[in-house]
Design a protein around this ligand. Structure first.
Ligand code: SF4
Length: 442
C-alpha cells in the first residue's frame, strides 16, 4: 500500500540539504508518496530506512516476475479501481494446450501464439503464455519442449513428479509457473529448489488462504492463486473478494496474482471470450484460452491495452518518423502530435489517400493538435526542431512538409525556420487528407 508523505518523512535525515533536488526533506517525501521521486535520490538515507520503507511500501498484491525472453510482471497492483491510480501489470494472455489435442492442433496453437500480433499506438499486442495440461497421455514433456522453443512463458499443469522434473529441466530459464493438482510435499520441494512460482487453488477464499499458508510454510514465496469452480459467478465473486481482501484488509494470504482459465467454465468459444474479457477487467493476472482466433484475441488485447493504461495520462504514440505505404525520396512529410487518437486518424487518412508518405510525430505529452498549439507545445520552433532532430531530410530529395490546417498561424514562422522546405498548409480535418493530396501539387 502506498505510504503517506509523513510516513516517509520520518525515515529521512531532515537536514534539508537539497541534494535530492527538492528544497526540503518533506517536499522530497511528498514527491516519493506520489511516485514522482525515488528514495535513491537521497544519498543520506540509511540502509535500515531503505529496508523498512521497501517492505512497508510493497504493494498489497505481490509482484511475481516470470519469463526470460518475454519477461512479464504479474500482480503488483495497489488499488481496486483503475481511476484511483492506475493498474500496473497487464493481464498475461495465453493458450491452453492439453494432451488430448491432436498434433496438428497443438502445432497450430503454438504457431498462433507466436504469430498473432497486432500493432496499435506503436505497441505490439500479443499473447505471452502457453499453459500445458498433463493428462497422462505421455506427450507432456514433448509439448513443453515445443512451448519452450517459442520463448513464451510456460505454465506446467501436472501432478506427475517425473514429468514436472523433466519439464522444469527443459524450461527453468524462462521461470515456468508450476500448476499442480495437489500440493504434494515433493512438488513443493521441486518448486522451492528451482525457485519457481506455483499456482495454489481453492474453491473459496478460506480454502485458498489455508493452501497459501501451507505453501508459504514450505518456504515457497511466489504464489499465484486459482479459483477452482465450474461456474463463472463463483469465479467472478471470488476474484473480487480476493482483491478486496488483499487491498482493503491487507490480507497477506490473498495478496497474490490470480490465474484464470475461462475454457474450464464453458464449451462455447464466444462465451469463453466474454468471460476472458471479464477477467481482464476484474482481476485476472493471467487468462488462458482454449484456442486463439483473431476475432476473440484482438478485442481482448485491445481491452487489456485500455484497462492497463494510466487513466490520468492520455495515450501516446512514440515521437519519430512513421512510414505510411512505401514512401521514397519524393514523398511528402506530414507532421502531427503524439496523442494516439490523432496519430490513428491522421495515419489512417494518409493510408486512405494511397499516396505513400512520411508521418512525423512530435511528442506533445499526449495533447491533440489544437490543445498543444494553445499550450505552446506544438509550434514553429518545436516542429523545426523535430525535423532537424529526426534528420528526415536525409531520406528526401523533395522536401515538402504538410502541417495541420488548424495551426495556420505558424505557417510563416515555420517557412522562416525551415527555408529549404516547401511548407504546405494541410486540411483542417484529417478526413480531408485524401482529397487534399489528390488536388495539391506536392
Ligand atoms: Fe533531505 Fe536527503 Fe533531500 Fe537532503 S537529500 S534534502 S537529506 S531528503
Amino acid at each position: 500500500m502506498a505510504l503517506k508523505p509523513l510516513d516517509i518523512f520520518k525515515f529521512l535525515p531532515k537536514t534539508n540539504c537539497k541534494e535530492c533536488g527538492f528544497p526540503t526533506c518533506l517536499a522530497f517525501a511528498m514527491q516519493i508518496a506520489i511516485g514522482k521521486a525515488d528514495l535513491s535520490q537521497c544519498p543520506y538515507v540509511s540502509e535500515d530506512a531503505k529496508r523498512q520503507l521497501a517492505s512497508e511500501s510493497a504493494p498489497p498484491i505481490k509482484t511475481i516476475i516470470v519469463g526470460n525472453k518475454e519477461k512479464i510482471n504479474l500482480g503488483g497492483e495497489t488499488v481496486l479501481y483503475r481511476h484511483e491510480k492506475t493498474f500496473y501489470n497487464p493481464t498475461g494472455i495465453g493458450v491452453l494446450i492439453d494432451e488430448d489435442m491432436n498434433e496438428e492442433k497443438i502445432e497450430g496453437e503454438i504457431k498462433n501464439i507466436c504469430e498473432m500480433k497486432y500493432e496499435r499506438v506503436g505497441v505490439i499486442l500479443k499473447g505471452e503464455f502457453i499453459g500445458i495440461f498433463d493428462k497422462g497421455k505421455g506427450k507432456f514433456v514433448e509439448i513443453v519442449k515445443k512451448g519452450y522453443e517459442t520463448g513464451k512463458n510456460l505454465i506446467l499443469m501436472s501432478d506427475n513428479i517425473d514429468n514436472l522434473k523433466k519439464a522444469i529441466e527443459i524450461s527453468k530459464d524462462v521461470r515456468p509457473i508450476v500448476f499442480p493438482d495437489t500440493l504434494k510435499d515433493e512438488i513443493l520441494q521441486i518448486v522451492k529448489d528451482n525457485n519457481l512460482p506455483i499456482v495454489v487453488k481453492g474453491s473459496n477464499i478460506d480454502e485458498i488462504s489455508e493452501n497459501v499458508k501451507k505453501v508459504k510454510n514450505s518456504g515457497v514465496e511466489e504464489i499465484i492463486i486459482y479459483v477452482e469452480s465450474k461456474k463463472i459467478s463463483d469465479v467472478f465473486k471470488n476474484l473480487i473478494l480476493i482483491r478486496r481482501s488483499a487491498i482493503l484488509k491487507k490480507n497477506k494470504e490473498l495478496g497474490y496474482p490470480v490465474l484464470t482459465i475461462p475454457a474450464f467454465l464453458t464449451d462455447n468459444y464466444l462465451k469463453e471470450g466474454i468471460y476472458a474479457s471479464i477477467f481482464i477487467a476484474k482481476y485476472g493476472s493471467i487468462v488462458l484460452l482454449s484456442k486463439l482466433n483473431g476475432e476473440v484475441l484482438f478485442p481482448l488485447l485491445i481491452e487489456r491495452l485500455n484497462i492497463f493504461t494510466d487513466p490520468q495520462r492520455p495515450m501516446t504514440t512514440p515521437e519519430g518518423i512513421y512510414e505510411i505505404g512505401k514512401p521514397d525520396e519524393n514523398s511528402p512529410v506530414f507532421v502531427t502530435t503524439n496523442f494516439s487518437l490523432t496519430y490513428f486518424i491522421v495515419s489512417g487518412e494518409i493510408e486512405n489517400s494511397k499516396i505513400p508518405a512520411y508521418l512525423l510525430i512530435q511528442d506533445t505529452e499526449g495533447l491533440s493538435v489544437l490543445t498543444s498549439w494553445a499550450a505552446d507545445k506544438f509550434n514553429a520552433d518545436t516542429i523545426a526542431n523535430l525535423v532537424k532532430k529526426t534528420k528526415i531530410e536525409e531520406r528526401l530529395k523533395k522536401k515538402v512538409l504538410i502541417i495541420p490546417g488548424v495551426v495556420a498561424q505558424i505557417y510563416g514562422e515555420l517557412e522562416e525556420q525551415l527555408p529549404d522546405w516547401k511548407i504546405l498548409l494541410g486540411p483542417r480535418e484529417a478526413a480531408h487528407i485524401p482529397s487534399f493530396v489528390r488536388n495539391v501539387e506536392i
